[in-house]
Design a protein around this ligand. Structure first.
Ligand code: PFF
Length: 446
């Protein structure tokens, strides 16, 4: 007999888990640097509109489908389909989601491994182990391999423990810590010389850029990646929510937390970059733009921390703890997608499934580490720029065009009996049916 399905035991637990999935490197690294290179607050403004007008409806589609079907992505999409063709499409979309999220995890794990290495670096320096420190911060195949394995072991460990004892327990510990560390770092960095220039670069809009198509494309990609959409993570987390919960409300809380933390992260990263500039660290690349890629995290910020003297060691530890926590609460949501499928569809025991699938993904990560130049960017582009938006599009089609509207309504009504008379039901069905799919395709083909 199949093991009983897990369920989040409280609204707080779900909120921490789902916002933990959403809040990741995309918020703390991706959002601020995207904002900096796309007109500061002009990007922020566009992002807020897109996050609530497009990403939130798509997030709701996943949560509602998940809770209705109480199953992994493949089974859930098949449950809401009728007819052989749509059931086949459901299989295809669900399975593509599983493969996509596994590949996202394979590159995310590598970057998260760097975060752990940089977390240990200031500790090594504190202990006077300068050789170890040099090894931890030098980009080398050996270091990258070891730390991606370590990061994946942590992810597998949490997922093996299940929904309540693994995901919920760890997200409920880690997410509050993340928020506290982030706030402390912001307060500290804002007191340093140069910080206000960074805040200005972030918050003063350059509206001449707002009509620029690349701003729209970046803002939408950022919103979809940030809310972990299209690959079944939110669907599977939705499948563990109690029927008593009010889905539109908790969905909007997740979106608010995600956007709120991204906006806050901007108040850390950009001021920190300008503090670095004031301390003599180079923050512009050859083309004159702000350094935004890996160089920002593994070079600009560590250089800033070293210029800060003794306190810089603790700031560095706090910053890389923040990055590691953000990564881990996201990576567990990624691994949960294929693991739930293997458990429910193939009857594998959870621990075994987590170890088996986690190991396969680790091997993929190692292949990327050993062939970094040809593979890394390719995997990032194919998964996040091609696959994720198309899958987001497909989820909207399933929720609005394939699934029966009366069933959707019944599902939402379970925890929100008055939904029919509220604003959500007046807007959302129209949005997922017309606006979201068209907007996703338009932006995609840009
Ligand atoms: N939302 C995460 C971030 O912003 O870093 C990334 C992510 C998590 C993408 C989970 C996809 C996913 F399924």
């Amino acid at each position: 007999m199949a093991a009983p399905r897990g369920e989040f035991t409280s609204r707080f637990g779900f909120l921490m888990a789902a916002s933990g999935s959403a809040v990741g490197l995309g918020n703390i690294w991706g959002f601020p640097t995207n904002a900096a290179s796309n007109g500061g607050a002009a990007f922020l403004f566009t992002y807020l509109i897109l996050a609530f007008a497009l990403a939130y409806p798509a997030l709701m589609a996943e949560l509602i489908i998940g809770r209705y079907a109480r199953a992994n992505a493949v089974t859930a999409l098949r449950t809401i389909s009728s007819g052989n063709k749509t059931r086949l499409a459901a299989l295809l979309v669900g399975f593509t989601g599983i493969v996509t999220v596994s590949f996202i995890l394979s590159f995310y794990g590598i970057v998260s491994g760097w975060m752990i290495a940089f977390f240990f670096d200031p500790i090594a320096r504190l202990l006077g182990a300068s050789q170890l420190s040099a090894w931890l911060t030098a980009d080398a195949v050996m270091r990258n391999s070891l730390f991606v394995v370590l990061f994946m072991l942590l992810t597998i460990y949490i997922i093996s423990a299940g929904v309540k004892e693994g995901i919920e327990k760890w997200a409920s510990r880690l997410m509050p810590s993340l928020i506290v560390i982030l706030l402390l770092l912001i307060v500290y960095v804002l007191t340093l010389p140069g910080a206000m220039d960074g805040l200005r670069a972030y918050l003063i809009p350059d509206f001449s850029l707002i009509a620029d198509p690349s701003l729209l494309v970046d803002a939408m990609g950022q919103a979809f990646f940030s809310l972990s959409l299209g690959v079944g993570t939110m669907l599977i987390y939705g499948s563990y929510i109690s029927s008593k919960e009010n889905l539109p409300t908790i969905g909007s809380l997740v979106a608010l937390l995600d956007v709120g933390i991204a906006v806050l992260a901007g108040m850390l990263i950009l001021p920190a970059m300008y503090v670095a500039l004031a301390n003599g660290v180079e923050i512009y690349d050859d083309a004159g733009g702000l350094i935004a890629g890996p160089g920002l995290i593994v070079s600009v910020l560590p250089s800033l921390f070293t210029t800060m003297g003794a306190i810089g060691v603790f700031v560095a530890i706090a910053f890389f703890a923040l990055m590691t926590i953000a990564s881990l609460t996201s990576s567990i949501s990624m691994l949960e997608v294929p693991v739930a499928y293997a458990v429910e569809h193939h009857g594998l025991e959870r621990r075994r499934a987590a170890i088996l699938i986690g190991s396969i993904i680790t091997v993929i990560s190692l292949i990327i580490v050993f062939n970094f130049d040809p593979l890394f960017d390719l995997v990032v582009t194919v998964t996040t720029e091609v696959s994720q938006p198309l899958l987001g599009f497909a989820f909207c089609i399933f929720a609005a065009w394939i699934w029966q509207r009366s069933e959707v309504l019944e599902e939402i009504k379970q925890g929100c009996p008055e939904v029919e008379s509220g604003i959500f039901w007046k807007i959302w069905p129209f949005y997922v049916k017309f606006i979201c799919p068209v907007a996703i395709l338009v932006v995609y083909f840009q």
